[in-house]
Structure formats: C-alpha cells, structure tokens
Write a protein that binds this ligand. Structure first.
Ligand code: ARG
Length: 579
C-alpha cells in the first residue's frame, strides 16, 4: 500500500493529458500543513519552467484532467501551481479495512527481490567489543530487518577482524599461558586484559617481540600449532560477541561470519590481477594504486597501498577481495557496509579500484554508510571515567540496572520477577532506540536520563504506548480472532491516524534506500503521539458510544498496536503485553 504511488500515477496521467511530456515527475509529497491538504503535487512548476509557460494555467489544465474520484474529496490549486489533495476519509477507511487482516500491515513484498549483502558489526576479535561497535551492529541489523520485511533477500556478512600482525603477540602470549597449564577459556575470559598483558610483554620483554613476529609468519604459512592457538582464540572471542548479540537482540549468527582471514588465500590473486591490468604499480617496493579521480587540489592522486614493501597485505587488499567474492559468489545486487565515518576514504578508494578492476560491475550498488560517534555528556568521545574505552557488555548491563530502578519507582507494586523481565527489554530497548533515532551521520550525546524517560521519542514511551493499547483490549474484552470489525472514520484524529498507518511502506522504503532507521523511529513516535491525541478525543471505553463506533475504534487501535510492535521489531526492540 503506497498512497504516493497511487497519486503519482493519477497525477502523471493528468499531466500527460494536459500536454506535458510523458515521464514528467509529478513530485508528490506529504503536505506539511493541514490546510494544504494531505498530499501535494508540486511537479507542475518545474515542468512549466522548462516549457516556459505559465505554471498556474498549466496546473489548471492538470487539475481539470485529474481523476481522483473516490480517492480525494477535494483537489485545490494553490499559489503559483501547487496542487493540494485532500483525501476522502471513506477511501482511507476502505484502504485500512483492506489491510486490517494482513500480517504485513499492507506493506507489499518486493516484486523482484534483490540480493543485498549487508556488512555490519564486524568487531576486531583481538579485543572486546566496545561502544563503537554498537552503532554498526544495531543500525546494520535494523536495515537488514527492514529489507527482509519488504521481501528482499539479505546476506549478512560479519567481516570480523580476525587476522593481522597483532595476532602474533596474542598467540605467543596464549601459548605461554597454556604451557603453564592455564585453560584457554580462563586466560581469555577478559580479552581487554589479555591484550594489555601481551602488549606490555611486546613492548618490554626481551625477545618477546621477535617471537611475536615469528608467530605471525608461522600463522600465515599454516603452521599447525599456530593454527590451533588461533582457532582457540577466535572461538572464544566470537562467543564473547555472540553473548552481546543475544543481549542486543541482533540477528547475526555464526554462519554470517566471514572474517578477514577467510580472504587470505585470495589476496595474492587480487594483487596479480591489479598488476596485470596495470591498475596497481610498484612504488618504493610496495604495490600501489594512484587514484586520479580522487586527486587533491594540487592534482596529486590519492594513494592506495594494496601490498606493503615487505609483501604483507592490508585491510584494503582484503576489502577488494571481499568485493569480488560478494559479487562473484554471493551474486550481490547491492552491497551495504556500516562503519564509523573515519573509514569513508577507505571505502571510496576500494569502490573506485574495484570498479576499475571489474570486481564490482556498474549495476551493483556499493553503499558505505558511515555513522557519527557516540559522545559523553561533556561532548567528548564516550569513555570511562579514567579515559578507557567502554566495554559494550558493561554498558548493556548498566542499562538494565538503570531501567529497573526507573520502572520500580513508577510501579512500586511490581514483583521482582516481573521487574526483571521488563527491565531487560526496556533497558536494552532504550539504548538501541536512543542510538537508532539519531541522524545516522551525526555524532550524538549518550544520556541515560533522556533515553530512559517515559516521555518523548524513547523506547520506554513506545513500549508503554503499546502495552497501554493492549490493556484497552483487555478492558473491552476485545479480540481479533475472527477478523477485525470495520473501521469508519469520523473524527479528524481518526483520519490522521489512518493516513499515518498507510505510510508505513513509504517509510520502510526510505529506511532501505538511505539506510536510515531513524526515519522509522520518527514514524513510530509520531504514530504513538497521534494515538494519544486520538485516545483523548475519541472515547473507546465509555458506555454511551454506539457499538459500531466503539468496534471501529478498537479495530483502529488494533492496527496501531500491530504497527508499533512490527516497527519496533524491525528495530530489534521487544514490546510487552503488560508493562
Ligand atoms: N573490523 C572493522 C573495524 O572494527 C570493520 C570492518 C568493516 N567491514 C569491512 N568490510 N571493512 O573497524
């Protein structure tokens, strides 16, 4: 169900009938003021400019040719050539009645599903996941769920950092610990600590750095002892990440892991290919691509090293190989990658080089989606009091503890078991919603108090709105088991809700095309707020209202509850029947 598409078709037909060239954009948008109608068609002005004719006259002709019988109650011409469309509330009610029993809430399934590869989360396994990986993980997962809801075919790729020179020192350190009879699980229970110990030895202990380097060489040449140590390390580190995914209600599974190490055997082929095509050249012993398309203002090309002078490969080489794999093996139509904004240059370079080399054909989309940083209250990057990085696991535990306090204050009569259950959902939901609702590319300030508030655009507000609607059903003894009663629209608040509900597909599509879950967050917040106004203006439970009106309002509430639940589910946030 897509109202803009329906209006686009009708207005386009009228534009052609009025003599405009086929394919002229009708420019349908939502009106931002009620007296301008519900939707506007603004395309006539641009078209008139091109044809050098009077826009108002042209718009008059378009309006005369425009057939919106049964859809709009009024079409008006305004200003220099705006066409304002006031939708008919009976038509809106009929559309709602049509989707009321649809489990997809009227959102159509993609007609030609695309293969979309989504690269997200991707922690570095040498260390514990920190707050920087929160954003990639949850924004990526929300976009993945939106794509799947729309019927696209998603292939998750967790491009974990499981390779590289730092593993030399880590494996040497692990080898020593195991030799002194420690078990790997204990040694690696705190990866942060383990990394720190290894680094101290690397910097200070005689001979250790050499051993570490030797381990790197042995690991790369497939030495069995090193391979076993590496596997142990990786397995334990992955299980740390999995704990977090579970806590975060994120859909990534072990089968989605395609770490850097998986590309190892292909890296020399990538270099051979780039050299053969003369895209990469030797430069001071290294292999380099000079990218003229990204030259600076003095005309110096951007330098992209693909192999170090000692022969070592880089993050860049791996990403080129990943492109080839995703196109060749995974048959990607579109590749989406979520990392923080500091990697924007890297991915621009990867894309240009991969396209030149034919690893990434023109028809395959390559979207690096950068995001801003999470800041503390002081406006500086979010750190512990002593300046260390904040472990994600600890942050999430704190969220649950804080949520519990807030809920207990509000509901002193709740049992401990009930409190614990909701605190989990509210706490994690609050952290996720606070992050997802921000404009993706900006930095944002992490603030416990606002995210856990029951007012404003927060998870608790939306979760509460949901369970409040559910409690109305209990009071009204209402169930939708035999299908929903018919919806009739009488009051303006009902019309506003109907309009909002029928925009879900548009919102999902924008989330998918721009990789911006914040649009869905805004939508859900607006929907819940409209519901609150509706609830105040349009009584449901009072005795003196006619039964068909009551049933209609319950049905409307039912679709809203489902939309809130489904929308939050796309964000990976749970709702509760009773809160
Ligand atoms: N491991 C990287 C990091 O923590 C992110 C990897 C993103 N994906 C990729 N294909 N490079 O920064």
């Amino acid at each position: 169900m897509n109202i803009s598409n329906i209006l686009s078709e009708r207005v386009s037909a009228a534009m052609t009938a009025a003599g405009l060239p086929e394919g002229t954009n009708p420019a349908i948008s939502l009106s931002n003021r009620a007296n301008f109608g519900d939707y506007q068609a603004n395309g006539v002005m641009g078209a008139a400019k091109k044809l050098k004719t009077n826009p108002r006259e042209l718009a008059t002709k378009v309006v005369e040719a425009l057939d919106l019988t049964g859809i709009a109650e009024k079409v008006e011409l305004a200003g220099p050539g705006f066409i304002n469309i006031h939708l008919d509330q009976n038509w809106l009610a009929a559309q709602l009645n049509q989707i009321s029993n649809d489990k997809n809430l009227g959102v159509n399934q993609s007609e030609k599903p695309q293969n979309v590869v989504v690269d997200y989360s991707a922690p570095n396994l040498a260390k514990e996941m920190h707050v920087g990986h929160l954003r990639s993980t949850i924004i990526g997962d929300a976009v993945v769920r939106a794509l799947e809801f729309r019927g696209e075919h998603v292939i998750r790729q967790n491009h974990m950092g499981d390779w590289g020179t730092q593993f030399g020192m880590l494996l040497a350190h692990l080898s020593d610990k195991l030799a002194s009879n420690e078990v790997a699980e204990t040694a690696l229970s705190d990866l942060e600590n383990f990394y720190r110990e290894a680094k101290i030895r690397f910097d200070n202990e005689d001979g250790f750095a050499d051993r570490a380097r030797d381990y790197v060489v042995r690991l790369q040449s497939g030495d069995a002892h090193c391979a076993t140590l590496w596997q142990q390390f990786i397995d334990i580190s992955i299980s740390h990440s999995e704990d977090i995914y579970k806590k975060l209600n994120v859909t990534l599974a072990r089968k989605d892991i395609m770490g850097e190490s998986a590309y190892n055997d292909d890296l020399s082929n990538v270099i051979d290919e780039l050299m053969a095509q003369k895209i990469a050249v030797e430069d001071q012993g290294a292999k380099v691509v000079f990218i003229n398309e990204m030259a600076n203002k003095d005309g110096d090309p951007s330098v992209f090293i693909v192999q170090k002078s000692g022969g070592g490969y880089l993050y860049a080489t791996t990403d080129l190989s990943a492109c080839r794999y995703r196109v060749g093996e995974l048959k990607a139509d579109r590749i989406i990658i979520f990392t923080d904004a500091r990697q924007a240059l890297h991915f621009k370079q990867v894309e240009i080089v991969a396209r030149k080399a034919g690893f990434l054909p023109e028809h395959v989309g390559y979207d690096h989606c950068p995001f801003g940083m999470m800041m503390g209250d002081d406006g500086k990057p979010f750190k512990t009091r002593t300046g260390g990085t904040i472990k994600l696991a600890e942050l999430l535990d704190e969220a649950v503890v804080r949520a519990k306090v807030v809920i207990a204050e509000k509901n002193p009569d709740y049992t401990e078991a009930h409190l614990t259950e909701i605190a989990e959902k509210v706490g994690i939901g609050a952290v996720k919603f606070a992050d997802l609702s921000k404009n993706r590319t900006s930095d944002y300030i992490f603030n416990w108090k606002t995210m856990l508030s029951f007012e404003g655009a927060t998870a608790p507000y939306l979760q509460y709105a949901y369970s409040r609607i559910k409690s109305i059903f209990t009071k009204a003894d209402f169930s939708a088991n035999d299908g929903l009663p018919a919806i009739v629209i009488i009051e303006p608040q009902e019309k506003a809700l109907a309009l909002k509900l029928l925009q879900l597909e548009n919102v999902i599509d924008s989330v998918i095309s721009e990789c911006t879950p914040n649009l869905l967050c805004n939508y859900l917040y607006e929907l819940a707020s409209l519901y609150m106004s509706f609830y105040e203006a349009c009584p449901i439970l009072k005795d003196d209202i006619a039964d068909d009106v009551k049933q209609s309002r319950l049905a409307l509430s039912y679709i809203i509850a489902n939309t809130l639940k489904q929308g939050l589910d796309i964000l990976g946030i749970d709702v509760m029947e009773r809160m």
